[in-house]
Each structure stands twice: as structure tokens, then as C-alpha cells.
Design a protein around this ligand. Structure first.
Ligand SMILES: *[C@@H]1O[C@H](CO)[C@@H](O)[C@H](O)[C@H]1NC(C)=O
Ligand SMILES: *[C@@H]1O[C@H](CO)[C@@H](O)[C@H](O)[C@H]1NC(C)=O
Ligand SMILES: *[C@@H]1O[C@H](CO)[C@@H](O)[C@H](O)[C@H]1NC(C)=O
Ligand SMILES: *[C@@H]1O[C@H](CO)[C@@H](O)[C@H](O)[C@H]1NC(C)=O
Ligand SMILES: *[C@@H]1O[C@H](CO)[C@@H](O)[C@H](O)[C@H]1NC(C)=O
Ligand SMILES: *[C@@H]1O[C@H](CO)[C@@H](O)[C@H](O)[C@H]1NC(C)=O
Ligand SMILES: *[C@@H]1O[C@H](CO)[C@@H](O)[C@H](O)[C@H]1NC(C)=O
Ligand SMILES: *[C@@H]1O[C@H](CO)[C@@H](O)[C@H](O)[C@H]1NC(C)=O
Ligand SMILES: *[C@@H]1O[C@H](CO)[C@@H](O)[C@H](O)[C@H]1NC(C)=O
Ligand SMILES: *[C@@H]1O[C@H](CO)[C@@H](O)[C@H](O)[C@H]1NC(C)=O
Length: 547
């Protein structure tokens, strides 16, 4: 673990509050309060056809106790409120198959289940924080969690994470693929049917992930189609409201087989695919590689393994990504910048791993601290408010049906900070600010970057290494090109003649200046994230008049 990365210092002046208002992703509901989502090409939409972006946090309830984590630490409605206040509109709630199919598990109360595992303190914590749940059965408690989230207007995607309760996932845990020791396809279909039916009447359950991270020696494409189609049919007949979400192979990092053959279903407009992306799956590249090359390569690979589905007209839910939220892991920090550039550009639906700040018990360790958790160990506060500010821009939609009546424009997104390039209200110079208060850009075929509503273009002064706005936009000082394997370095074209190519970079207080373009030729580790800018298609209303 390295020292905390210095960019967090830049973020201290970031304007968003921790408690930010409901955004365009707010959930609509009919008179009965039921939310029924469906798909419209690659978008998830509500009954009125308006885009609903899933911005979720994973909340685990599939470990040995089969109780949603954290109920010994905070009241369930307080946890639900903090999900909302952190800007998420949805929870991907995990469950083990046995919760539905194994009577000796399902008949336990929360207190009994915790105490049988020796988790006496957790049981005492539940008695204090959630007394109404202590003597509830595991299924009743699970339903209470769903309904507490519903009261805070939070959507739920139910995810069948595993069969036998416990930490997931390993290749040889007997839970990896249809036919494994603990993964009987019939039992799975039965469990899916039971859960789908139970939550048919829960208005905020909008989707079901049929099975998490298929894997292991038994996995094969033929069986994937056979069982996923059966699972989808079973869920749909028990609950026609929910989205059906299908996971890929190899721990859900590939859906590439779908480019050749589609899933066959008897119903329409409910099918969503899910993919997972963790930095640690990328084979040490984030630690050892030139970051422009690594991000460029891995982005290409993500497109081949699942991103192509968007172009084919299917929603793709990036249902797990995660990292050390404290910012202590340099590889994770690099991964996050690349992830954010992709998530923003493709405007993906996503779910972060994880909500939980700690587990009752994980892999034998009591009160396990989840450093990937957005909540602190005691579930009282965000583990790292700066991290939440950084992801806040991707928590609301950039594009999609019914946003598209606003004429599309571009935003200039800076993934390292999660902010967008705009003109300072104070002194008129270029500065990074909140993407919620953005300005509309046009990147023209002549390589000019123009603030559409103001007719101002971004201009380079190579000698002073400064950038400013101007009205004369035709000379080379106002030409910009995206360079490097990442295609995210924004180089001034006047500097092309010199020996040092200059790129946009961020300075103190989110100011913008020019510095030598980073990581162009180097082999081996080097960082360029401060120079990364991404053009994002957006139909969000610009508020240039604000500036
Ligand atoms: C039910 O769960 C218990 C406890 O995890 C386990 O020992 C048992 O084998 C399970 N029964 C079946 C039929 O899977
Ligand atoms: C739970 O049940 C036990 C007896 O089974 C009872 O002593 C206790 O008061 C109950 N606790 C709550 C919070 O209802
Ligand atoms: C897939 O698995 C099934 C059952 O385990 C087996 O019968 C079949 O031959 C496998 N197919 C491939 C292509 O490996
Ligand atoms: C589920 O709810 C829908 C209405 O939303 C209803 O039409 C359907 O009959 C219910 N299905 C089952 C299996 O209860
Ligand atoms: C990126 O991919 C190219 C070829 O596809 C390969 O030569 C290069 O080593 C890769 N770079 C990194 C950093 O992974
Ligand atoms: C600009 O956007 C912010 C955040 O969405 C909003 O609060 C504000 O009212 C907008 N201002 C204008 C002038 O549209
Ligand atoms: C962007 O600028 C070009 C001129 O290069 C113009 O033709 C185009 O209409 C502009 N696009 C938008 C969305 O304003
Ligand atoms: C590069 O230098 C040449 C000769 O000095 C000049 O004609 C040309 O305009 C310059 N190009 C740019 C992009 O500044
Ligand atoms: C950053 O802003 C603060 C507060 O406005 C100011 O005191 C400080 O001098 C600025 N730092 C730089 C390097 O401009
Ligand atoms: C952005 O919009 C342009 C058309 O303006 C389109 O060609 C491009 O594919 C879009 N990119 C993404 C990632 O949606």
C-alpha cells in the first residue's frame, strides 16, 4: 500500500454537498406505487419510456448468516437513508439459493442464525438496532430490508450470488456452474421461482440477476444458453415485472459468445446483461504498465467481451466493480480513472462493490473491515466522501430516451476528479467544476473545442503554458487533438512542431494549464491521469447562462 494519492487535496474545494438532491434518475411510479422497468434498445426505461439509470451499490446478504450485513450496526431505515444520501438510487441485494430452498436455513430466525455461528455480539447488535428483526425468520428479515429500501424510493435488483451461504467466489467451491456439487439446476429454478413470486408484490424490486459469476471447470456455452433461458422463463412466469439479468462466464468477465448467438425468450423488453470489472482481474497491468496503453488495451477488451452488446441494442449492467475506497492503492486508483472514463462515455448502468463497511463474518474473520465498502466499518458515515464526489457525475444519466428532446452536446469529463471542464464564473478562465452544472461543448471537425452557447473556443498559449478562452478560433492555437493509446490526452496542436508536445493538465484549485504530455512512449509504469479528458455525449440541460 502506498501513501494517499495527492489528487484528493485538489478536491477539497469541490462544490457538491454530501447530501445531494434527487437527480434525473429519480424513480417514477404509477398510482399504485409499482415501478415496472423494461428495455428500449440499450436503455432501461420506466412505464412512460423515460430512461432510468441504475446507479447501485451491492449489499451482501449471502454470507453464512444469510442476513443483510450491517443490521447489528445501524437500523435498517438509517442504512437505506444513507444509500440515498450517497447518491445511489438502487441496491443490488445478494441472496444465497438456500434462503429459498433449504428449510433448515430458511426456518432460522436472525438471532438463531447469528448465534449458531457464534456471532453473539452481532446478535446483540441486531437486538439494539433492529429489535423487530431479531426474531424474524431469515426470509422475513430479507423482505424487511427490501421494503425499508422501498420506503426510501430505492430500487432493488435481487442477485442470486451463490447456493451455499458464504463468501463468493472460487472456481472449486462447488457453486460455480450448473451441475457443480451445490449447484443443482432444478433447485436453482425452484429457488428463482420462489423468490420471483415472493417479490411479485414488492413495488421496488425491479430486476433479478439470475446467478452471479458463473465459473469453474464445468462452464460451457451450450449449458449457459440452456439454463439461462430456463431461468429467465421461470422468473418471468412467476414475476412478469422484473428485468431478467444474465451474467457471463469466467466470473462474469465475458459475454463475447453472444456476438454469434442470441438468447431466445418468449417475452420481450426485459433482458439485460451484466458484466464485472475489477482492476485485480487485469493481471497486474495497472501496477506495471504505461497507463495510456493499459487503459486503451483494457477498454478495447471490455468492448469485445460485452460492450458490443450496447451497439446490438441490449442494456449492459456493470453490476460489480470495486476498489479500495480509501484511495490507498495506486493500482486501484489508476483502474478507477479508466473505469470512470468508460462508464461515463458509455453511460452505463452500474453497481459498485460494495455498500457494506464490514461483515458479521467473512472467510472466518469476525467484523471483517470491507475496504471496498462505501460505508465506514461502523456503517455510520461514508468511508471516503471524496470518493463519492468523484463518482457523483456517473450517478445520473447523460443520455437516453426522453432526455434526448434536448439537443445533444458534449461534456468534457475529467475522470481523475470526476469533474467537467467549464469557464470560471470568477475570472473567465478554464476550470474544472461539477458536471451537474455543466456547459455544452462542440468538438468540431476542425479540432476546435467550442463552448456552444458562448461561441468561445479553448486556446493554447504554449510559451506561457496557459490556456484561455477566445473568440478567434481558426488558428492553430485553438486546435486540439486526442492522442496516446488511451485517446484521452488533449494535445495542443501548436506544440506539434516543438520537441515537447503539450497537453491539458490540472493545477491547484482545479485550474487548467499545459504541461508535457505524459506516458506517450514509456514502457513500464507511468501515470497520466491528471491529463485525461473524455468527450461525453450528453443530453443533459446545459446551464451556461449560470456562468
Ligand atoms: C441445507 O443447509 C444446511 C446448512 O447449510 C446444509 O448442511 C444442508 O446440507 C443443506 N441441505 C441441502 C438439501 O442442501
Ligand atoms: C425474541 O424471542 C425471545 C424468545 O424466543 C424473547 O425472549 C425475546 O424477547 C424476543 N426478542 C424480541 C426483540 O422480540
Ligand atoms: C457442456 O457440459 C455438458 C454437461 O456438463 C456436457 O454434456 C457437454 O458436452 C459440454 N459441452 C461442451 C461444448 O463442453
Ligand atoms: C404478479 O403480479 C402481476 C401484476 O403486477 C399479476 O398480473 C400476476 O398475476 C402476478 N403473478 C403471480 C405469479 O402472482
Ligand atoms: C497493449 O496491446 C498491445 C497489442 O495489442 C501489446 O503489444 C501491448 O503490450 C499491450 N500493452 C499493455 C500495456 O498491456
Ligand atoms: C444548473 O444546474 C444545477 C444543478 O443541476 C441546477 O441546480 C441549476 O438550477 C442549474 N442552473 C441553471 C441556470 O439552469
Ligand atoms: C459543431 O460545429 C460544427 C462546425 O464545425 C457545426 O457544423 C455543428 O453543427 C456543431 N454541432 C453542434 C451540435 O452544435
Ligand atoms: C509548424 O512549423 C512550420 C514551419 O515553421 C509552420 O509553417 C507551421 O504552420 C507550423 N505548424 C503548426 C501546427 O504550428
Ligand atoms: C487556491 O484557492 C485558495 C482559496 O481561494 C487560495 O487561498 C490559494 O492561494 C489558491 N492556491 C493557488 C495555488 O492558487
Ligand atoms: C456520441 O455521439 C456521436 C454522434 O454525435 C456518435 O457517433 C457516437 O457513437 C456517440 N458515442 C457514444 C459513446 O455514444
Amino acid at each position: 500500500m502506498g501513501p494517499p494519492s495527492s489528487f484528493f487535496l485538489f478536491l477539497l474545494s469541490f462544490p457538491l454537498l454530501f447530501l445531494h438532491p434527487d437527480q434525473t434518475t429519480a424513480i417514477s411510479s404509477d398510482a399504485g406505487g409499482r415501478r415496472v422497468l423494461s428495455t428500449s434498445s440499450r436503455w432501461i426505461v420506466d412505464e412512460s419510456g423515460r430512461r432510468v439509470k441504475l446507479a447501485c451499490a451491492n449489499w451482501a446478504a449471502h454470507l453464512e448468516p444469510v442476513v443483510a450485513e450491517g443490521l447489528g450496526k445501524q437500523p435498517v431505515d438509517v442504512i437505506a437513508r444513507s444509500v440515498r444520501s450517497m447518491g445511489f438510487n438502487c441496491v443490488r441485494l445478494t441472496w444465497p439459493l438456500y434462503l429459498a430452498t433449504n428449510a433448515s436455513v430458511a426456518s432460522l430466525t436472525v438471532g438463531e442464525s447469528l448465534r449458531r455461528l457464534g456471532l453473539v455480539e452481532s446478535a446483540a447488535g441486531v437486538a439494539v438496532n433492529n429489535p423487530q428483526l431479531l426474531n424474524a425468520t431469515l426470509m422475513e428479515a430479507f423482505k424487511e430490508v427490501v421494503s425499508a429500501l422501498g420506503h426510501k424510493n430505492i430500487m432493488v435488483v435481487l442477485d442470486n450470488q451463490i447456493s451455499t451461504p458464504g463468501w463468493c467466489c472460487s472456481k472449486f467451491d462447488g457453486n460455480g456452474f450448473f451441475g457443480d456439487t451445490y449447484f443443482d439446476p432444478d433447485e436453482w429454478l425452484e429457488g428463482l421461482t420462489i423468490v420471483a413470486a415472493i417479490f411479485n408484490s414488492s413495488s421496488n424490486v425491479v430486476g433479478m440477476s439470475l446467478r452471479n459469476e458463473l465459473r469453474g471447470p464445468r462452464q460451457n456455452v451450450t449449458d449457459w444458453y440452456r439454463y439461462m433461458q430456463r431461468g429467465a422463463a421461470a422468473v418471468h412466469s412467476a414475476n412478469p415485472n422484473v428485468l431478467i439479468i444474465l451474467s457471463g462466464l469466467d466470473y462474469d468477465i465475458t459475454l463475447s459468445f453472444l456476438s454469434k448467438k442470441q438468447v431466445e425468450l418468449t417475452f420481450k423488453d426485459k433482458l439485460v446483461f451484466e458484466l464485472h470489472w475489477y482492476g485485480f482481474s487485469d493481471g497486474g497491468d495497472w501496477e506495471n504498465g504505461n497507463i495510456n496503453q493499459v487503459c486503451g488495451n483494457i477498454t478495447r477488451s471490455i468492448m469485445n467481451k460485452g460492450g458490443f452488446l450496447l451497439e446490438q441494442g441490449w442494456p449492459l449492467f456493470l453490476s460489480e466493480f470495486g476498489l479500495d475506497i480509501r484511495g490507498n492503492n495506486p493500482s486501484d486508483n489508476r483502474f478507477l480513472s479508466c473505469f470512470l472514463s468508460v462508464a461515463a462515455e458509455l453511460d452505463l448502468d452500474w453497481a459498485i462493490w460494495a455498500l457494506q463497511g464490514s461483515y458479521y463474518i467473512r472467510e472466518g474473520q469476525l467484523s471483517f473491515d470491507e475496504t471496498y465498502g462505501v460505508l465506514s466499518w461502523d456503517w455510520c458515515k461514508p468511508r471516503n466522501p471524496d470518493f463519492l464526489r468523484r463518482i457523483s457525475a456517473i450517478q445520473s444519466s447523460f443520455q437516453g430516451p426522453s432526455l434526448s428532446d434536448i439537443s445533444p452536446c458534449k461534456m468534457l469529463y475529467h475522470p481523475l476528479t470526476g469533474m467537467c471542464l467549464q469557464q470560471s464564473r470568477l475570472n473567465g478562465s478554464p476550470i474544472l467544476g461539477s458536471c451537474a452544472e455543466h456547459e455544452a461543448w462542440n468538438y468540431t471537425s476542425e479540432h476546435e473545442l467550442i463552448l456552444k452557447d458562448k461561441g468561445l473556443c479553448l486556446r493554447a498559449n504554449d510559451e506561457a503554458k496557459k490556456v484561455n478562452f477566445g473568440t478567434s478560433c481558426k488558428d492553430s492555437c485553438s486546435k486540439w487533438e486526442f492522442i496516446s493509446e488511451s485517446k484521452m490526452l488533449l494535445a495542443s496542436m501548436t506544440s506539434k512542431n516543438g520537441s515537447n508536445l503539450l497537453c491539458l493538465d490540472i493545477g491547484p484549485n482545479n485550474t487548467i494549464f499545459l504541461s508535457c504530455c505524459k506516458c506517450l512512449g514509456e514502457q513500464g509504469p507511468c501515470s497520466a491521469e491528471s491529463q485525461w479528458f473524455k468527450i461525453i455525449n450528453s443530453s443533459r440541460e446545459s446551464n451556461a447562462s449560470f456562468y
